[in-house]
Design a protein around this ligand. Structure first.
Ligand SMILES: CC(=O)SCCNC(=O)CCNC(=O)[C@H](O)C(C)(C)COP(=O)(O)OP(=O)(O)OC[C@H]1O[C@@H](n2cnc3c(N)ncnc32)[C@H](O)[C@@H]1OP(=O)(O)O
Length: 133
């Protein structure tokens, strides 16, 4: 699992119990999954189709630094399935796990379109391949 994004839990991110609001965390996860899929599929028109069971394992509090990890679990024809884990940056205590986030690649009309991808790619490799052509 690669942890790409860090977040600093601020007062506006808290619920009335003074811990990180679950809705805020899901917003961050959805954006992270979308960014990951847009980069992998090289298409800005990608949407979240399905999010599986979510397990809030432990809470985060104001001032905590958390990091969001995303991993590919399957390449479909039009879909990309991701799994996600968020943990405390300093202690590595798991905060939340999401088993499956299904992102769908769309065409210009907003219909599912085959993405043609079968393995994880890295931008630096794409760029170095372009430079050797
Ligand atoms: C980042 C964001 O905030 S996006 C905003 C929130 N998301 C949205 O607004 C999306 C709204 N939904 C939609 O527009 C439509 O449901 C679409 C276009 C995404 C998909 O339309 P569908 O008619 O379901 O398409 P279709 O049946 O062809 O399925 C597309 C892919 O999703 C997969 N899929 C569909 N339903 C599910 C489901 N319930 N669970 C898991 N995967 C699913 C299919 O297996 C298929 O993948 P594959 O081609 O790799 O086999």
């Amino acid at each position: 699992m690669n942890y790409h994004t860090r977040k600093w839990v601020k007062p506006e991110d808290l619920n009335p119990n003074q811990s990180l609001f679950g809705g805020r965390l899901l917003q961050w996860i959805d954006e992270e999954a979308a960014l990951y899929a847009v980069i992998q599929l090289e298409n800005k028109k990608v949407v979240t189709k399905f999010i599986s069971e979510i397990n809030f394992v432990s809470s985060a509090k104001q001032g905590d630094i958390i990091e969001i990890g995303i991993e590919v679990s399957a390449f479909g024809s039009t879909s990309l399935t991701l799994c996600c884990q968020v943990r405390n940056k300093m202690t590595h205590q798991t905060i939340i796990t999401v088993d499956r986030i299904v992102m769908v690649n769309l065409d210009e009309e907003g219909n599912p379109a085959p993405h043609g991808k079968t393995k994880v790619e890295f931008v630096k490799d794409r760029l170095s391949n372009q430079n050797t052509l």
